[in-house]
Design a protein around this ligand. Structure first.
Ligand code: NDP
Length: 258
């Protein structure tokens, strides 16, 4: 296989959680353009339908399911439906996420904490467990988790988010060790500041100082676009990365290097 052919995802089936907008949509469309059949999970059926149409417009086989990843009983049946309709899942991207800005642990409630940990960490464990069991039967698979700059740095006002994203790096490494003998590679992408709904508030007038600080610290001098996460995801999902596992790759315009 030539080096460039090894990036091709033709014949692969990918599942992207939170694929109906933002980073997940960028990755899902990138996978479709690289030749994969793509399923997305998201709660909002209308947004799911919009992205399903975009995926199909690339010529890809695609499926969008209204799934709340925090509904533990929904994960297994939804995963099975993807496998029945598109085929065995080769690639899982655990991207669905929320960030609850509470101001810190003095204000944080247990309910808010639990919602973030359930979405950003527990669902990653549970869906990876289901996907890995399937992938192991074929001795082939890729699991890609989504970390953050807050995988590395503390975040005073959003401690649950930082706790979950820090744990993602270690869960990625742990699953990589366990699953390597089964032919499954587990890696993560740590996006820098990316222009999505989640970060929209930071681009409002009220947060101008914070936005200025982000831009000053980012050597690229700008926000990232969701589509810019796709290239790294395609690499990690492809056979070009068959000897890459347990890694978290920053895609941050250089934010973390200073
Ligand atoms: P968005 O808010 O734009 O999108 C979040 C996505 O997750 C949506 O598709 C949403 O769909 C889905 N989602 C949220 N909760 C659930 C749930 N319970 N079940 C199923 N789907 C869910 O966020 P981003 O695109 O910015 O974030 C994507 C990932 O990237 C997250 O893990 C985030 O933490 C991470 N990240 C983002 C950064 C950024 O700068 N934007 C930086 C670093 C990391 P729906 O609402 O329909 O369920």
């Amino acid at each position: 296989m030539t080096a460039s052919a090894s990036f091709n995802l033709a014949g692969r089936v990918a599942l992207v959680t939170g694929g109906n907008r933002g980073i997940g949509r960028g990755i899902a469309l990138g996978f479709a353009q690289a030749g994969a059949a793509v399923a997305i999970f998201g709660r909002n059926a209308e947004k799911n339908a919009e992205v399903l149409a975009e995926l199909k417009a690339t010529g890809a086989r695609a499926l969008a399911l209204a799934v709340d990843v925090t509904d533990r009983t929904a994960l297994e049946p939804a995963f099975r439906r993807v496998e029945v309709e598109l085929g065995p899942v080769d690639i899982l991207v655990n991207n669905a996420g929320i960030a609850n800005v509470t101001g810190g642990i003095l204000q944080e409630t247990a309910e808010s904490w639990d919602a973030v940990i359930e979405t950003q960490l527990n669902a990653v464990f549970l869906l990876s467990k289901i996907a890995a069991a399937s992938m192991a039967t074929r001795k082939r698979g890729k699991i890609i988790n989504v970390g953050s700059m807050y995988s590395y740095f503390g975040a005073g006002p959003i401690p649950s988010y930082s706790a979950a994203k820090g744990a993602i790096v270690q869960l990625t490494r742990s699953m990589a060790i366990e699953l390597a003998p089964h032919g499954i590679q587990v890696n993560a992408i740590a996006p820098g500041w990316v222009e999505t709904d989640m970060t929209a508030v930071v681009r409002t007038r009220e947060f101008k100082t914070m936005n200025d600080e982000i831009l000053a610290r980012t050597p690229a001098g700008r926000w990232g676009q969701p589509e810019e996460m796709a290239g790294t995801a395609i690499f990690l999902a492809s056979s070009a990365a068959d000897f890459v596992t347990g890694e978290t790759i920053r895609v941050d315009g250089g934010y973390a290097i200073r």
